[in-house]
Design a protein around this ligand. Structure first.
Ligand SMILES: Cc1ncc(COP(=O)(O)O)c(C=O)c1O
Length: 387
């Protein structure tokens, strides 16, 4: 076997500590925990798991997920099965939303900075991507209406990450979420709220998902949920939460008609929910990530006192501001020489902004590696500053 056709996306060099990729760590994958769920499919001869799925997704999962979300603190209301569509994850949900609700050349508003791998989805749909300034709560709304008006009805989509933003770690307040929904109602665009990290909170829950707050009659929000960060990305399954009439559009989309979606993964996740495997795993992830986050914060304060950051309250990331004169791309090279990786801030910008910012992920590496990684980053930073 060679590296030409790798098994996984992540590639790591021996001895290098990875603080760049936003992936869960190998030793947290629920291999033992999921075994009974997979076994149950074969023991119970659950042949539906190997058949094409129902159009809306694997029926039992739609039911168990609706119950799970309805009981979850951060959702605050009953989520009915009619409000859920099962797909291949948050990225797939966004891709389908673009297919269904936008046309070539339409304008999509995104936060500046935003999750960099989503940009290609928007480019694939030939959308005009417009960055909106952000603050510690995510997308700013002071000038949002003016920006929308300036495109004269051409804004069809607004993509944002309301909870535990990638890369900023920020959480948008309840009030701001509601104001953006009001704008969507008035100017007739769809909000695609990427809620991939919504359930990964380490203190108080974030405000409800945007779809939960959607008070319009026909729906102006699709909230994109994912099992990638709360179970395993290899399962590559997620859900769209929205008003039933919008869920119908996903259910009746062309690619979905020709094959439904991943029933085998759906059956595994359904059993994982019903047997309490998912909630136990989320609790384990939360306590592990919380301690990794605290270690990273302490190490940053010790080894890079110049680093400015807000303590995240969930998710995977620290978004760190360094002095203006620091070029994070140069720091990235120096850091690699010391044996640690980071993601330069400019990668998250459509306008080449944030050149003195870096994103660090505390999910992938364990406590020892995080401490050592930040120490190495500190060494690289000192070398940079001293010339
Ligand atoms: C904000 C955000 N959205 C979506 C994804 C990918 O989610 P999924 O695997 O469900 O497509 C990621 C993964 O890093 C992410 O950070």
């Amino acid at each position: 076997m060679n590296d030409l056709f790798p098994k996984i996306m992540l590639s790591r060099n021996d001895g290098v500590i990875d603080l760049a990729w936003g992936h869960p760590s190998d030793n947290l994958h629920p291999l033992d925990e999921l075994k009974p769920a997979v076994d149950a499919i074969f023991t119970n001869q659950e042949i539906s798991a190997l058949q094409y799925s129902g159009y809306q997704g694997y029926g039992p999962l739609i039911e168990s997920l609706s119950q799970y979300l309805s009981e979850e603190k951060s959702y605050t209301k009953t989520i009915n099965p009619e409000e859920l569509y099962i797909g291949y994850g948050a990225s797939h949900g966004l891709d389908l939303a673009c297919t269904l609700f936008t046309g070539e050349g339409n304008t999509v508003l995104v936060e500046e900075p935003s999750y960099y791998l989503v940009r290609q989805i928007l480019i694939d749909h030939r959308l005009n991507i417009v960055g909106v300034p952000t603050d510690s709560e995510g997308m700013q709304i002071e000038n949002l209406e003016q920006i929308i008006q300036s495109f004269k009805g051409d804004v069809k989509l607004l993509y944002l990450i309301p909870s535990f933003h990638n890369p900023m770690g920020s959480v948008m307040s309840h009030e701001r979420r509601e104001k953006i929904i009001e704008l969507a109602k008035e100017y007739h665009f769809l909000i695609a709220a990427d809620e991939a990290y919504h359930l990964l909170y380490y203190g108080d829950p974030p405000p409800p998902t945007m779809a939960t707050l959607d008070n319009s009659s026909t729906g102006c929000v699709v909230s994109l949920g994912s099992f990638s960060k709360i179970l395993a990305p290899g399962i590559k399954l997620g859900w769209v939460q929205s008003k039933p009439n919008l869920v119908d559009k996903f259910t009746n989309s062309g690619s979905n008609f020709s094959g439904g979606n991943n029933n085998f993964a759906g059956a595994i996740v359904d059993i994982a929910i019903r047997k309490g495997i998912l909630s136990k795993h989320i609790n384990r992830l939360k306590s592990t990530y919380k301690s990794r986050m605290e270690i990273m914060s302490m190490a940053l304060k010790t080894h890079i006192p110049d680093a400015e950051f807000l303590m995240p309250q969930g998710g995977y990331y620290f978004w760190i501001k360094l002095p203006e004169e620091i070029d994070a791309m140069v720091l990235e090279r120096l850091a690699l020489n010391e044996g640690v990786t980071l993601r330069p801030g400019v990668a998250f910008s459509g306008q080449s902004l944030f050149s003195n910012y870096i994103r660090l992920c505390f999910a992938l590496s364990d406590i020892e590696d995080i401490s050592e990684g930040i120490y190495r980053l500190g060494q690289a930073y000192c070398k940079y500053v001293k010339g």
